[in-house]
Ligand binder design. Structure first.
Ligand SMILES: *Cc1c(COP(=O)(O)O)cnc(C)c1O
Length: 358
């Protein structure tokens, strides 16, 4: 390329970005990305296959995925106008920042949390204000958050939080809605694994600045399909509808997502068994020497072990078990995030940890 380099031509806000690397290495047991590894009921598998294979590929998708929106709306007791579908929750997070962020506006987050909020905010030239969680129990300093959020355009809170596993206190969400003027995104990507009633979906009707993000990547075991959705006030949904990549949700994803959501009751036992395995894994981990852990309402556990990066490498190289290393991340020294797998996968992990930590 003659003249200026590509880096010099690049929009300044984008110069420091690098391709996302999930640090994935092929392992027999992959517990690194919070995917659902449990087998689905045969009836659901059949319905997914049927939906995907009977979908013509020569026609463009319905841009707004209205059939899927209607099913999601019926599930959550809202209207179609309260639902926006996206190519994974990630697309919706990006589009929210694209719409409501920008120069001179700020996003408030509570790290350690999902890192995409900050990445997308930077891409959209939005200032990021970080209100760090307390170091011991990862709880949020409510007063500090409300104070920081007073002048914010957006607040993004994860509940249950990734990677710490805790649910946000509804009283804090109440305060954010009452005491600030910001749009409040509650990211409920893992809420299906939390106790009944943990979602704040019932608040939507009375709180037009509250938005809920959900995804089919976790409880629905469809991470590869790319489908997430936002529940929010129709005025917000309208804006998102206007700026979206018109065909980002393809016909196969729409058809399979519709089948899966329609069969949501049949997936309940799968979620219940993941929750039961989480509890079993947690008890077993508590019996290992030098393992610290935090209570989780999601499909993963955050643990702290001495020499975590080395433990993770040995799990991978000697036992073919992959977990996620967070030990490099601020606030997460020596922390690993372990996705709850099947009973067999969890046993493999426990056996390996017993051997490594003995
Ligand atoms: C997995 C996840 C999402 C959404 O992921 P998609 O696969 O893009 O739907 C959103 N937020 C958090 C915190 C997550 O962990």
């Amino acid at each position: 390329m003659s003249g200026r380099s590509v880096q010099e031509r690049l929009r300044p806000a984008l110069v420091s970005f690098e391709p996302y690397d999930p640090a994935f290495s092929p392992c027999e047991v992959n517990l690194s990305a919070n995917e659902n590894t449990h087998p689905l009921p045969e009836s659901v598998n059949r319905a997914l296959c049927e939906a995907m294979t009977s979908t013509p590929l020569n026609r463009y998708p319905d841009p707004l995925a209205n059939a899927l929106r209607d099913e999601l709306a019926a599930w959550h007791g809202v209207g179609r106008s309260n639902v926006m579908v996206g190519n994974g929750g990630d697309e919706l997070i990006f589009n929210l920042l694209f719409c409501f962020g920008g120069q001179g506006r700020s996003l408030v987050v509570c790290p350690p949390c999902f890192e995409e909020y900050k990445n997308f905010a930077k891409m959209c030239e939005t200032d990021v204000v970080e209100v760090w969680r307390r170091e011991d129990d990862y709880s949020i300093d409510d007063d500090a958050l409300v104070e920081a959020a007073r002048t914010a355009a957006l607040i993004m809170i994860t509940s249950p939080n990734n990677p710490t596993g805790d649910l946000v206190d509804p009283a804090l969400v109440r305060r954010l809605l009452d005491e600030t003027d910001a749009l409040v995104l509650l990211d409920e990507a893992y809420v299906e694994f939390a106790p009944e009633g943990a979602s704040l979906a019932s608040w939507l009707a009375e709180n037009p600045r509250l938005m809920l993000l959900r995804t089919l990547s976790k409880a629905f075991a469809l991470a590869g399909l790319r489908c997430g959705y936002l529940l929010a006030d129709p005025a917000i949904i309208d804006v998102l509808a206007a700026i979206r990549q018109i065909y980002s949700e393809d016909v196969v994803a729409q058809a399979a997502a519709l089948a899966a959501v329609s069969m949501r009751d049949e997936l309940r036992p799968v979620v219940a068994s993941i929750v039961a395995e989480r509890e079993r894994l947690s008890v077993a981990l508590s019996e290992l020497p030098e393992v610290e852990q935090w209570p989780s309402s999601a499909n993963f556990l955050l643990v702290r072990v001495p020499g975590a990066a080395n433990v993770r490498a040995r799990l991978r190289d000697e036992f073919s078990v992959l977990v996620r290393d967070f030990s490099y991340a601020p606030g997460l020294a020596d922390c690993l995030r372990i996705t709850v797998g099947t009973p067999t996968e969890n046993d493999r992990l426990l056996e390996a940890l017993r051997a490594i930590l003995k």
